[in-house]
Design a protein around this ligand. Structure first.
Ligand code: SAM
Length: 267
């Protein structure tokens, strides 16, 4: 691998290019056709922890695969080094696919990578992916908006610059709004406490979706008041996100009939 990497970085060819590609939330069938085409033409794939093996396998067998994956609390390669790596590979003339979980521009630091490439004068193109919020909601049957109870959606991160969430709490407790919190498990207790302190009902429904859209997806439902205890007991695996709002009442565990269906059966 080292030899292939060195030869790719030293090729005296025309400038290469970098594609920032969203791999979606996990289910390989949620990859876009464009992402698939670009991936199949890659010479180098620089990928993250959230990208599944199945998706990675779609790159040509000859493509150099570089894992810069970040696990929670352990950054395998610091962001400036990832930026520098992309620049070096492209300067060597490679067609590079920077493959990221979900969408590259949603909590994916794609904006920083794009800026570094632009600064180095390297062509950078972006292929959107289905972000985890949309994938997890669809795969668990929770509509993020609903005429009856949610006119807007907010995507937030539960991981602030210094760890704990640092959010505009007042704006988050607006009525008829769904919140989707990425990276929210570790600090779910302060998150719930802040939302309640700013006026959100303790009974507000919450769903924890783990490994959404994958074959091993799991969903737990609770309320804001019971969120921390639910997470402590269930220990949801990574990656997981939180959906907070009245729309969570639409969730039905697999095999459990909706109230309407139950009515039909009972009737
Ligand atoms: C660094 S962010 C990357 C988000 C990604 N760029 C996207 O658009 O989905 C990682 C977080 O996304 C959420 N996430 C990503 N994929 C997920 C999945 N399949 N199921 C549940 N949460 C997921 C988790 O909250 C995880 O901690």
């Amino acid at each position: 691998m080292a030899a292939l990497f060195n030869s790719l970085c030293q090729r005296p060819t025309a400038a290469g290019e970098v594609w920032l590609v969203g791999a979606g939330p996990g289910d390989v069938e949620l990859l876009t056709l464009k992402a698939l085409r670009v991936l199949q033409q890659a010479e180098v794939v620089v990928y993250d922890r959230l990208v599944s093996e199945e998706i990675l396998a779609l790159a040509p067998p000859t493509a150099l695969r570089i894992d810069v994956g970040k696990t929670p609390g352990r950054h395998t390669l610091p962001q400036p080094e990832i930026n520098a790596l992309l620049v070096t590979l492209a300067q060597g003339g490679s067609r590079v696919v920077r493959l990221k979980g979900g969408d590259p521009f949603i909590f994916g630091r794609g904006g920083e990578e794009q800026a570094a490439l632009q600064q180095a004068g390297i062509a950078c193109r972006v292929v959107p992916g289905i972000t985890a919020a949309l994938g997890c909601a669809a795969a668990s049957g929770i509509p993020l908006t609903h005429r009856a109870c949610a006119q807007s959606v907010r995507l937030v991160t539960g991981h602030g610059r210094d760890g704990a969430p640092d959010l505009d709490w007042r704006a988050l407790v607006a009525e008829r709004q769904t919140l989707v919190c990425y990276m929210g498990l570790t600090h779910c207790d302060p998150l719930a406490q802040q939302l309640m302190a700013h006026g959100m009902a303790a009974t507000m429904p919450v769903a924890v979706v783990a490994r959404g859209t994958r074959t091993d997806q799991q969903v737990w439902t609770c309320t804001l008041a019971t969120l921390a205890e639910t997470v402590r007991r269930a220990q949801p695996p990574s990656p997981s996100l939180l959906i907070i709002g009245e729309v969570v009442t639409c969730y039905r565990a697999p095999g459990v009939a909706s109230p309407a269906q139950q009515g039909v059966v009972a009737g």
